[in-house]
Design a protein around this ligand. Structure first.
Ligand SMILES: Cc1ncc(COP(=O)(O)O)c(C=O)c1O
Length: 393
């Protein structure tokens, strides 16, 4: 296990009493004695650069801002995405969103018709599924396979799921909840598959900046070649990396500006725009957030290693693949006698709140998702509660 942390890391001092306030969903949904390890927030404070920028903005004004798409933020984001490998984006191919989930919905609305089918790898971040089914489209769920190397794409199953009504493939890269960063070979296979079946692709790359040092190199899906770029809409935002979900903002972007325009038209007048403070926040994250991100990532990676070692020693029969990115762990507790209501069982018996498997797709009863973006002490407490309840201690 690698532990790069000193004992005096500021994130060791996560204080439940400070977090448990009305503005915080994670810490208030369940009872006071419940340790919340569910929704994907971090328990860590906001980056100093972001706090400073927000203070200054509040002192300046709160009038209308560049609602049609702040050119400075666009330039910063295009530059950042270029450094990530997504070069050649034009400002007209980038549009801001009040959050990434609205972008998932806009993509389904804009790129498919009612009755069309959409391919989704499961387990899946739940709004992928609801974005499809809430508006009369049909989701085709394609389960990932757990192999000794970790979660993998099942290409034969993906091929088998295509019909003449299939229009769109929704990819999560890195993947929530397994934490997979898809490799060059996997992305190539998916790009060839999309080309063969003439599918649009939405690639949600919201977790891309939370990759651990041992993850494969990150390749933006649309960066693979021109034809792939032309059929792809990429979604991104700052909320996972900088723990700023309360200030909703995201972006949809494509080398094919007409696709972005199509998404905009499909939700015109309904979508809304991000608030001015969120624009200030994202700009400051991109210009001054690097050090905070590096420190946070190191803490998360050490937490991941701690979690993996804990499971290996205390719950060795629980199938688990350590995530390559982000702060979510996908646990297979189907072997437990209470697998049929495992989330409720752990809430009642262990007083820990986890996300329930069935919300991630069909066939995931008995699975739970655990968020390890908290202090080491609280993570250890949560894991001990989990192991105690699972082993029936
Ligand atoms: C893959 C993915 N997309 C989107 C979101 C939510 O984005 P937003 O809060 O900006 O709507 C999440 C949140 O966990 C996520 O994991």
């Amino acid at each position: 296990m690698t532990d790069t942390l000193s004992s005096a890391h500021p994130y060791d001092n996560v204080l439940p009493d400070l977090l448990r306030h009305a503005d915080n969903m994670k810490w208030t949904k369940y009872g006071q004695d419940v340790l919340p390890l569910w929704v994907a927030d971090m328990d860590f404070p906001v980056a100093p650069a972001i706090l400073d920028a927000l203070h200054q903005r509040l002192e300046r004004s709160l009038g209308y801002y560049q609602m049609m798409g702040d050119p400075d933020l666009k330039a910063l984001l295009i530059d950042k995405l270029g450094r990530d490998g997504l070069t050649g984006l034009k400002p007209e191919g980038l549009s801001f969103l009040p959050g990434v989930v609205p972008g998932l919905y806009a993509a389904v609305q804009g790129l498919t018709e009612p009755g069309d089918e959409v391919l989704i790898f499961t387990p899946s971040y739940p709004p992928f599924l609801s974005a499809v089914t809430d508006h009369g489209r049909v989701s085709r769920e394609v389960p990932l396979r757990l192999t000794p190397q970790g979660y993998e794409l099942d290409m034969p199953a993906l091929e088998g799921a295509v019909t003449s009504r299939t229009k769109l493939l929704m990819l999560c890269h890195p993947h929530n909840p397994t934490g997979r960063v898809w490799t060059a070979d996997e992305l190539r296979e998916l790009a060839d598959f999309a080309a063969r079946h003439e599918l649009y692709v939405v690639s949600d790359e919201l977790h891309a900046d939370l990759r651990f040092s041992d993850a494969p190199a990150f390749i933006p899906f649309a960066s693979q070649d021109d034809a792939t770029a032309q059929r792809t809409v990429t979604l991104t935002g700052p909320c996972k990396t900088y723990n700023v979900a309360g200030l909703g903002i995201g972006a949809m972007l494509s080398h094919n500006a007409e696709l972005v325009a199509r998404l905009e038209r499909s939700v015109k007048g309904i979508m809304g725009h991000p608030g001015g403070l969120s624009v200030t926040m994202w700009r400051s994250a991109l210009t001054g957030g690097a050090q905070w991100r590096t420190q946070t990532l190191a803490y998360l990676q050490a937490n991941r290693d701690f979690l993996a070692q804990f499971l290996a020693s205390e719950l060795p029969s629980v199938p688990f693949a350590a995530p390559q990115a982000t702060y979510l762990a996908w646990l297979d507790l189907r072997g437990h006698p209470r697998a049929a209501d495992i989330q409720q069982f752990l809430l009642d018996e262990a007083r820990i709140a986890l996300n329930d498997g069935p919300t991630f797709g069909q066939g995931y009863q008995g699975f739970v998702r655990l968020n390890f973006a908290t202090s080491r002490e609280l993570l250890q407490d949560g894991l001990e509660r989990l192991a105690g309840a699972v082993k029936g201690l």
